[in-house]
Each structure stands twice: as C-alpha cells, then as structure tokens.
Ligand binder design. Structure first.
Ligand SMILES: [Zn+2]
Length: 371
C-alpha cells in the first residue's frame, strides 16, 4: 500500500517534491504534520484541521498508551475512528516521551521500563510492544523504538544508544513484517548525536535492515541551531535517495525552509500549536506576539491577505482582547492561523520546487520574514 514517488527535484539545492501513498490517502511532500499528542491537535476539530490544509497528523504512542489505553481505542478499531480523522496518521514510538517525560526510566537491551508521569504506575516498553501499540492505534506510518539521549559530547554514550537503536530496529522490523506490513509503513530512526561518523554507522545499520522511510532522531534536543543544520546536512544525503526522509521534532518556519533545501521531506513540531496558545503568531513578515499593546486598537487581521478562518473574520484587536481575557476561543483562533500558515508555507515550497524556483523562493522568504 505504501509508496513514495519523487515528482520534482530542485537543480541548485537538494529540495524535492514528492507523493506518499498510504492506506488513508496521499500526502504531498514536503509535508508538515501537526502534532495531535492525545488524539487531538490541541483546540482544533478535524474539520478545522482539514480546512487549514492538514494532510497528516502525528499521534503520540506514549500518551495514548497511558491514556485512554489500547483497550478503549480497540473498540473503535484504531485512532482514526476514535478521533474522527480519516486522513493519514503517523505515530511516534513512545521513545522520545519516555526519555523526556517519564520518571525513573531504565534502559536495557530488551527495552525500557518507566513510571508514568500521570500516576507513577510502572510500565515496560519493548521494541515489539511499541510496534504492537502503534498497530492498535491503526497508524499509517509506524516508527521504530529508538533510544534518545540529550545533547551530549559523550561519544561512548552516544555510540551505546546508537547500537541499541539499531538492535531494536531489527526487532521492530521483524514484528512489523509479521503483523502490519500490508497496512502501514515502518520508518527507522537514525541516531548518533553530533558525531557525523556515528550518524554514518547508524544509517548503514538501518539501510541494511531496509525500511519504508528514514527519520533523523536526536535533533532538537538542546543543540545549537547551526549544529542541528550541520548534522542534517551531512546525514540526509547518506539516506537512500528514493525513500522519504523525515526530520523529527523540528521546527521554526526558517528551519523548515533550510531543511527542505537539504533534502528533507517530512516534519513535525509543536511550535505552531504551542506558540499559538502562548499568543505567538507566524506571518510572512515575521512573528508577532498578539498580547503586545500596539495591537490594542489594530483593526487589521493578523496577516492581510491570509485566507484562514481567523484572518477572514477577526482583527488583531479582537484576538488580543480574547487572549488577554484568557477566553478559550483565543487558543482555537490563534491555532487555526498558525496551522494554516505552516501548511501554506509547505505548499509554497512544493510549488517552488516544481517550478525549479526554490532558491528564489527561499531568498524572498528570508527577506520578508526579516522585514
Ligand atoms: Zn490567518
């Protein structure tokens, strides 16, 4: 069912435009996936997501496994029906959240044991169990369990995590092949931290196992931006050209444009949704904070010419008022605009790649954002 086709490639950068076919429909790339942690992209209905142009969303295995749990989601034969979202869903493996949220996590070659951040209950996640939970969620794109480590220059520690990730990747591939091969795709996750040679070893191990696509993990974990871009620049070309390349957990609009230029096809990040709830809104002419007093009497929309529901109907003055009064509608209207902005940015990049004008687009994008 799953396949990936590159439609156009930019001549002067590594940017490419493609099509991903999944069991729940096609995804045009490059693509940004809004994060739907607990079976909802915070504050938006699925209709609002579709209206904003979302093609695929991300669900978090760790969160959904703890709450509501697989026996509830099984009643609906997966997350799609449970949350009323008919388009594709990518699920993460749970690894990142265990290492960042759970208490007392302990890693062995078999897997990881941890205590829930909600009630302290004890759980064990193995590579096999992570895949089984993602199958229960009905995921279209399943991710292998990987061991994430924080930003570190400890080479031995990084190599250990990489080796364990490769070993877990084999186990994930085996169980996925047995149980879900025809219904979904399985992506391997490259580790290796800030060490280019370790990234190379990680890529070689994963490519030998052979996955439907590949992700760069262990980025956006506290490293400076230039290091993130440097690692992406050296690692992305090592991955098989004809497979989708996903940079996990990144980023700002500028990051997305930089990474598309380096050949990345897929992204997810909480920035557009989380920042919307903090009053930060993205526009072509820079990022604004809606609580700023200069918007108190501003009758213009957040972004003139923006076709989103929020900009078609509401002024900056009204959005500022809602935000200052902590009205619930503020979160929804701000999120609608930010998701729409991210989706439009991806569409503009795709169209520029198709016309082989990506470099011109990028130059104009940077000029406008700085203006
Ligand atoms: Zn808008």
């Amino acid at each position: 069912m799953f396949n990936f086709k590159i439609e156009s490639e930019s001549r002067n950068t590594r940017a490419r435009a493609g099509l991903l076919q999944t069991s729940h429909g096609r995804i045009k790339t490059p693509v940004f996936m809004p994060v739907g942690t607990l079976g909802t992209v915070k504050s938006l209905s699925p209709e609002e997501l579709l209206d904003a142009g979302a093609q695929v969303i991300l669900g978090n295995t760790y969160h959904l496994y703890l709450r509501p749990g697989c026996e509830v989601i099984n009643l609906f034969h997966g997350l799609h029906k449970f949350m009323h979202w008919e388009k594709p869903i990518l699920t993460d493996s749970g690894g990142f959240q265990i290492f960042s949220l759970a208490k007392l996590s302990k890693v062995t070659d078999e897997g990881v044991t941890f205590q829930s951040h909600i009630d302290g209950s004890s759980h064990a996640l193995t590579p096999e169990k992570s895949i089984e939970i993602q199958i229960c969620l009905g995921s279209d794109i399943v991710m292998c369990l990987d061991q994430c480590i924080e930003y570190s220059f400890d080479r031995d520690k990084t190599k250990d995590a990489l080796d364990r990730t490769t070993c877990w990747a084999k186990k994930c591939k085996n169980i996925w092949t047995e149980k879900a091969q025809n219904k979904s795709a399985l992506f391997g996750i490259v580790q290796g931290g800030v060490f280019k040679d370790l990234r190379e070893i990680s890529v070689a191990g994963l490519v030998e196992i052979d996955f439907s696509g590949y992700a760069l993990g262990g980025l956006s974990v506290g490293e400076p931006k230039d290091i993130m871009l440097e690692i992406a620049e050296s690692t992305l070309p090592m991955l098989p050209h004809l497979k989708p390349k996903y940079v996990m957990g990144v980023g700002t609009p500028e990051d997305l444009v930089d990474l598309v230029a380096l050949g990345a096809d897929m992204f997810d990040c909480v920035i557009p949704t989380r920042n919307a709830r903090n009053g930060q809104m993205f526009t072509e002419r820079g990022t604004i904070n809606i609580c700023n007093s200069r918007f108190k009497h501003d009758t213009a929309p957040v972004e003139s010419g923006c076709a989103c529901y929020t900009c078609r109907h509401y002024s900056r003055a009204y959005l500022r008022h809602l935000y200052m009064a902590k009205e619930l509608l503020a979160y929804r209207l701000n999120t609608i605009h930010n998701i729409h902005y991210y989706m439009k940015l991806m569409e503009q990049m795709r169209s520029a790649i198709q016309k082989d004008e990506f470099e011109i687009f990028r130059k104009k994008f940077i000029e406008k954002r700085m203006s």
